[in-house]
Design a protein around this ligand. Structure first.
Ligand SMILES: Nc1ncnc2c1ncn2[C@@H]1O[C@H](COP(=O)(O)OP(=O)(O)OP(=O)(O)O)[C@@H](O)[C@H]1O
Ligand SMILES: [Mg+2]
Length: 318
């Protein structure tokens, strides 16, 4: 069993890959961690990877571009697009702007790069590595589980396929980055059986297929830690019998039952996840109807509490 790291250690990463099943809160948690790290004074970048429908602009009220732009004090956001990343990568090899343009214009070259499996992912990861030289922390909001694993395995495939040359050098550099102790992976889960199953599969797959990267840390989002006492549970049950459907009392009881079910699911999910991943940080399910930006602020506060951190999260407009 592996004992995963706590929130303060996560925040001391240089590169933090965040993944998990679709819709579990990857982007929200990436943004919340970003705010927290920025509040601690770390120059932080939150990145989406070639996302056609980026969420970060909605969360921060600013568009994202290929070049990072500051949205709060110490906090920048960006979206790695494939074409400019490729241009930058080629430039890093040939280091002559005019030549880069010629290469980019060459249809054979661009076709080769478009169809070579993994070329796209390799270039995106290269760009992440480059940005990590300019920031204290780069949080990468990765694609959902399976696609994230596929992306992270590309440098290993490239290492096997290319004995030498620029692609091989890039793969070697990326693999060296994986083994750094400040490169980490975070998997976000929910207290739902299917999501826990997928998280455990991804956890195992990363261990098998992505050599060098430390065991991921697992975070359970939208959870509810047990708070009902046995007496309260019995009371809930006995009240249920005498309540008229459709009344305010019935609604309150329904909310109680929902909370009780979520507590039970959280307990189950934590037991299963802790058995494989060690300590798991649990973040609360926030009330429905809260705006996405308020959710980020509350998740950042919950992360700070979970990590025993005292930080001022009001942020500063840049
Ligand atoms: N703890 C929480 N409590 C309540 N709502 C939450 C919580 N975490 C995230 N959400 C909400 O859930 C929705 C999905 O979150 P988010 O977009 O961060 O997920 P995602 O994993 O990035 O999704 P995708 O796979 O589509 O990229 C958003 O509306 C977000 O505000
Ligand atoms: Mg997302």
């Amino acid at each position: 069993m592996n004992v995963s790291v706590d929130v303060p250690t996560l925040l001391r990463s240089r590169v933090l890959f965040v993944s998990g099943k679709g819709g579990v809160g990857k982007t929200s948690i990436s943004a919340a961690l970003g705010r927290l790290a920025a509040a601690q004074g770390r120059r932080t970048l939150v990145l989406e990877v070639d996302n056609q429908h980026p969420t970060l602009p909605v969360l921060f009220g600013r568009p994202t571009a290929y070049e990072p732009s500051e949205v709060e004090k110490n906090l920048a956001i960006a979206n790695i697009a494939w074409a400019p990343a490729l241009e930058d990568w080629i430039e890093s090899i040939v280091s002559m702007r005019r030549l880069v343009r010629l290469i980019m214009k060459n249809r054979v070259v661009s076709l080769f790069l478009q169809v070579t499996p993994g070329a796209r992912d390799l270039v995106m990861l290269w760009r992440t590595m480059e940005l990590a030289r300019k920031f204290d922390l780069v949080i990468v909001d990765m694609p959902a589980s399976g696609n994230a694993v596929a992306m992270l395995t590309v440098p290993l495939t490239a290492e096997r396929l290319f004995p030498a040359g620029p692609i091989r050098r890039c793969a070697d550099e990326l693999l060296a980055m994986y083994t750094r102790p400040d490169t980490r992976m975070l998997l976000v889960a929910l207290p739902e059986e299917m999501v826990v199953n997928e998280t455990m599969e991804t956890y195992a797959k990363l261990g098998r297929e992505v050599r060098g990267l430390e065991h991921p840390t697992v975070l359970l989002n939208r959870s509810s830690l047990p708070s009902f006492t046995e007496a309260e549970r019995t009371l809930l049950r006995s009240l249920e019998a005498g309540v008229e459907p459709g009344t305010a009392a019935a609604e309150v009881l329904a909310a109680g039952r929902w909370e009780e079910a979520l507590e039970a699911a959280t307990g189950e999910a934590l037991t299963r996840l802790r058995a494989v991943a060690g300590e798991v940080v649990a973040l609360p399910a926030l009330p429905r109807g809260e705006g996405a930006r308020r959710i980020i602020a509350q998740l950042a506060s919950a992360l700070a509490r979970a990590g025993g951190l005292r930080v001022d999260l009001r942020g500063g407009a840049s």
